[in-house]
Ligand binder design. Structure first.
Ligand SMILES: NC(=O)c1ccc[n+]([C@@H]2O[C@H](COP(=O)([O-])OP(=O)(O)OC[C@H]3O[C@@H](n4cnc5c(N)ncnc54)[C@H](OP(=O)(O)O)[C@@H]3O)[C@@H](O)[C@H]2O)c1
Length: 442
């Protein structure tokens, strides 16, 4: 006979808050691989109930066998539920359900990056106070086990760089733009394929990737940050011209969520942000296809490692949730706590000021075609100690009196580049907006 768990039951009893894409994936995996999972967990894991908005909606596959409820109290704080798995999304009521479940002595698994990124402190405090665990592997990069990797596998090492493609929708759109599609049509196809939400704002403006980066910065660098503390620019301003220039110069454009440890004068800071970058074609991140995610990590002892795969989808994300569930079940059955409530956002190094972050840059200007223009621009850049790596003149775009200039610079601070751009826009010979992107360099 199996030993009883701490709550006196022979199974670990799970309540799902949400039975949508990910919830259905979790139900499917537990149903298909139940025996294997029981052997690994050491105890059967059973979904007792799922909270949904609409009980009448027909659910496919294993989700169709799950008992539904519309009352959160059937799960949160219920005496017949050991582990609450939050898969509803959004901030409220998800956050209250999570903290209430912890207060009631239940273990929590969540896939919700928004609550972990913005309210991690509250959630981990509630877990510590109530001596419970919170698992959140699926909150970043879907099925890719990056949380466990940073927390456990790399616990012995010091991470110096973490650069990720953390939003599959934008990766899909940018790749489609590189093959000649307009932003609008690439977005429409991403929506048709189910990659992009009906309202894709948080994907395309970079906020979703920034939430995930904030979580990873806590784990990798021990710095306590939220997404509004570092720069964030999405993909909405990317143009076909930029895509063509990038290809000609030997780069692919990618939306990167990037954090690097920098030590200046003995002071350690983290330079972080989410921006579209020109990534050299030889770099692993330049080749991440479709809606995949990838995280490139550099650490002192291990060197560079790459974690790549599906960053979304019911089964891939469900696999990360079930892995958390197995860890939770082992601890519930043993009546112990895991090590998973190590607070990911303990006080650590500060973020560098955005003006101090350094990288090479790409600039595209349309200028009047007359002598001395290039000299005026290079002088202006030199005044800010910005040196050029490459300069090329492009074909005039229709107007014979204008010409396109594409430049890349050596590493330069964001502050110096912003000052130079301001002055450049005041030059009469510069027509329209200067297009600017960061260039990835290690
Ligand atoms: N989808 C992915 O690939 C993916 C990847 C990584 C992380 N995540 C995260 O996983 C979570 C779930 O995503 P999802 O794609 O599975 O979402 P989804 O398909 O929209 O499902 C949400 C589920 O929650 C239920 N729900 C939402 N609000 C509710 C409320 N106020 N009261 C009761 N039930 C409520 C819905 O009920 P009804 O079924 O009745 O509508 C539905 O079952 C989110 O935090 C998301 O960010 C998703």
């Amino acid at each position: 006979m199996k030993s009883q768990n701490a709550n006196g039951s022979k199974v670990v009893r799970v309540g799902l808050l949400g039975l949508g894409n990910v919830g259905a994936g979790v139900a499917e995996i537990l149903s298909t691989h139940g025996e294997m999972i029981e052997a690994r967990a050491g105890v059967p894991i059973r979904i007792v109930k799922a909270l949904v908005r609409n009980k009448r909606r027909k659910r496919q596959g294993a989700a169709g066998d799950v008992t539904l409820t519309t009352k959160a109290s059937d799960i949160v704080g219920a005496s017949d539920i050991d582990v609450v798995v939050e898969l509803m999304g959004g901030i409220e009521p998800a956050l209250s359900y999570v903290t209430d479940a912890l207060a009631a002595g239940q273990t929590v698994v969540t896939a919700n990056k928004a609550i972990v990124a913005a309210h991690g402190k509250t959630i981990f405090q509630a877990a510590r106070k109530n001596k419970r665990d919170v698992h959140f592997e699926a909150a970043v990069a879907g099925g890719i086990p990056i949380i466990r990797t940073l927390r456990e596998a790399l616990a012995s090492d010091r991470v110096t760089e973490l650069t990720g493609i953390l939003n599959g929708t934008t990766n899909y759109i940018v790749e489609a733009m590189a093959s000649g599609q307009s932003y609008e049509s690439a977005l429409a196809v991403a929506q048709e394929l189910g990659y992009a939400e009906a309202d894709p704002t948080l994907d395309v403006n970079g906020a979703d990737a920034a939430d995930k980066l904030a979580i990873l910065i806590g784990l990798a660098f021990g710095a306590s940050v939220t997404r509004n503390k570092f720069g964030c620019v999405g993909i909405t301003e990317l143009t076909g011209e930029m895509m063509m220039d990038a290809a000609e110069l030997g780069f692919a454009i990618k939306l990167l969520a990037r954090a690097r440890r920098v030590v200046t004068g003995g002071v350690e800071t983290i330079q972080a942000g989410v921006f579209p970058y020109l990534v050299p074609l030889g770099h692993a991140l330049s080749a991440v296809p479709d809606a995949q995610n990838a995280i490139y990590v550099r650490s002192d002892s291990l060197g560079t490692t790459l974690y790549q795969g599906p960053g979304a989808g019911g089964l891939p994300t469900g696999s990360a949730v079930v892995a958390d569930l197995i860890e939770a079940a082992r601890n519930v059955a043993a009546g112990t706590r895991g090590r998973s409530t190590v607070q990911p956002t303990r006080a650590g190094p500060k973020l560098a000021k955005s003006g101090d972050t350094v990288c090479p840059w790409y600039l595209r200007l349309t200028v009047a075609e007359k002598p001395g223009v290039l000299a005026a621009i290079t002088t202006l850049l030199a005044d800010e100690s910005i040196s050029l790596a490459t300069v090329s003149q492009m074909e005039p775009s229709g107007d014979d009196n204008e010409v396109g200039i594409v430049m890349t610079t050596h590493p330069t601070s964001t502050g110096a580049m912003e000052r130079a751009l301001k002055k450049m826009h005041r030059l009469k010979v510069v027509r329209g907006e200067v297009q600017v992107l960061r260039v990835y360099a290690e």
